[in-house]
Design a protein around this ligand. Structure first.
Ligand code: IPE
Ligand code: IPE
Ligand code: MG
Length: 217
């Protein structure tokens, strides 16, 4: 079965640029180009939703200039996107200023009725922060089940997370969808994100298709 919802930790952009003697910010532009291709292949393969990790709550610790470069790439995407995907964000988009938030709201509104792949962008997002926020909201309502709780996460309304892909060689989640990944299949590659392509996605999907998912039973 094809995964309905794939999460991608797009790591290795900075190293990709450094290895070419380029400023790290060039890695983020190259990363967006790779993402466009991967999303095209995901749509062809019948994947419903792709959530990409583009900026973590911990990434606020990066140098100001690097943060600005990442925000600029995302903002340019938001303002220019005119394809058939439905684009949404999860995370604290207001932490990046009003202008960025306005671009996010614009792309979400423009694409809300689109028939294509759902692209969900985790930006200013951290799994721990998301769980804590959900807990606060759920607690306000009193006694709650796992299902009630999950309805308060930023991922509410998305299909269950089936597969998490991480590029860049590290084998960790770095705070990505901690609650949702409980039974996701994991796939890691040493490829740096700008070098990741449709064939690499096919490889990850093929691996997923060969897994036996037991969910504890
Ligand atoms: C991951 O790429 C994307 C963001 C953090 C925005 P990195 O910037 O972490 O790239 P590397 O891991 O340093 O190569
Ligand atoms: C994870 O990558 C976050 C994103 C891809 C947005 P990092 O580069 O920030 O993760 P660590 O620091 O290696 O764990
Ligand atoms: Mg990294």
């Amino acid at each position: 079965m094809i995964p309905r919802h794939i999460g991608i930790i797009m790591d290795g952009n900075g190293r990709w640029a450094e290895r070419r003697g380029l400023p790290r910010k060039e890695g983020y532009a190259a990363g967006l180009a790779a993402l466009r291709k991967v999303l095209g292949r995901a749509a062809e393969r019948g994947v419903e939703t792709v959530t990409v990790y583009a900026f973590s709550t911990e990434n606020f610790a990066r140098p100001e200039e690097e943060i600005r470069a990442i925000v600029k790439v995302a903002d340019a995407f938001d303002r220019s996107y005119d394809g058939d995907m439905r684009v949404s964000y999860m995370g604290d988009i207001y932490a990046f200023g009003d202008e960025f938030a306005e671009g996010v709201e614009s792309v979400e509104a423009r694409t809300a009725g689109n028939p294509g792949l759902r692209l969900n962008i985790a930006f200013g997002y951290g799994g721990r922060a998301d769980i804590v926020n959900a807990a606060k909201r759920a607690a306000d309502k009193g006694d709650f089940t796992e299902e009630d709780f999950a309805a308060n996460l930023s991922s509410a309304g998305l299909p269950p997370l089936d597969l998490v892909i991480r590029s860049g060689g590290e084998k960790r989640l770095s705070g990505f969808m901690l609650y949702e990944a409980a039974y996701a299949e994991l796939w890691f590659t040493d490829a740096l994100w700008p070098d990741f392509d449709g064939d690499a996605l096919d490889e990850a999907i093929a691996s997923f298709e060969g897994r036996e998912r037991k969910f504890g039973a």
